[in-house]
Write a protein that binds this ligand. Structure first.
Ligand SMILES: Nc1ncnc2c1ncn2[C@@H]1O[C@H](COP(=O)(O)OP(=O)(O)OP(=O)(O)O)[C@@H](O)[C@H]1O
Ligand SMILES: O=P(O)(O)OC[C@H]1O[C@H](OP(=O)(O)OP(=O)(O)O)[C@H](O)[C@@H]1O
Length: 209
């Protein structure tokens, strides 16, 4: 009997790209997959069980071993620093992390404030720059912070740049290029190496074509 693999999928914008990639690799996923509100979806034909998690939580499910594999943005991996193996750059959901702010506005000299969904990434970045900052953790609409006087700068995802532009903000420093990655639980990789290597190989093939 084939091992069942549990795969943690990020709900939200990566999901469709990830499903598209799995289908391109030849996996037969049911048509209702994308519209479902179910959080656990079994696909016995492929010996897969998918769990649908918040993008920021995928690495937690994989680190704790309740999922063998997962798909997570590199931003999440940098922020969460979980004990997981990163086995493949899936080259989907491309964007980058950047520092942004209002044009021509200098940072406050004393404890400048940085608003972000990525407090660990932001504090490491400013520490490396030798700048002491106060981090304000937000959960979204981060671009609002400098407009309303909550922060001097933001550290956030930029893709098309439309959100920055529409809010009169400018990108000041590019921090990290981001794509989604296939990640694996280290114990699963030991116990289920064959089926996991098979997925990695099939996905690597479609990523490179
Ligand atoms: N504008 C974007 N364009 C492309 N990829 C993005 C963009 N914003 C985020 N991403 C990537 O997609 C992942 C998930 O983003 P998404 O917006 O779906 O989740 P989220 O903002 O964490 O969730 P929620 O909006 O439910 O709080 C991020 O971790 C990042 O890797
Ligand atoms: O450069 P763009 O193409 O405009 O994309 C960037 C925006 O996308 C993400 O926000 P999201 O849509 O996830 O909303 P959020 O503010 O709730 O995080 C990110 O946090 C930026 O705000």
């Amino acid at each position: 009997m084939k091992d069942i693999l549990t795969i943690a999928m990020p709900k939200g914008r990566i999901f469709e790209d990830a499903v598209g990639l799995l289908r391109k690799a030849g996996y037969q996923l049911p048509p209702e997959f994308v519209d479902s509100r179910k959080l656990i979806i079994e696909v016995p034909e492929e010996s897969f069980r998918f769990i649908l998690a918040k993008p920021m939580d995928v690495t937690a499910y994989v680190e704790h071993g309740v999922a063998d594999l997962g798909i997570a943005g590199k931003d999440v991996m940098l922020e969460e620093e979980r004990e997981v193996y990163e086995v493949l750059d899936l080259q989907i959901s491309r964007c980058h992390l950047a520092v942004a702010g209002l044009p021509g506005v200098e940072m406050n000299d004393i404890a400048p404030k940085i608003a972000t969904k990525y407090p660990n990434v932001a504090s490491s970045y400013f520490r490396e720059q030798g700048e002491q900052v106060e981090i304000i953790k937000l959960n979204g609409s981060v671009e609002l912070a400098p407009l309303i006087g909550l922060a001097d700068r933001i550290v956030d995802i930029v893709s098309t740049g439309h959100t920055l532009k529409e809010n009169g903000l400018v990108e000041l420093e590019r921090i990290f290029d981001i794509t989604s990655r296939l990640i694996v639980n280290p114990v699963s990789y030991r116990l289920k190496d064959k089926p996991i290597d098979d997925i990695v190989e099939r996905l690597a093939h479609v990523v490179s074509t």
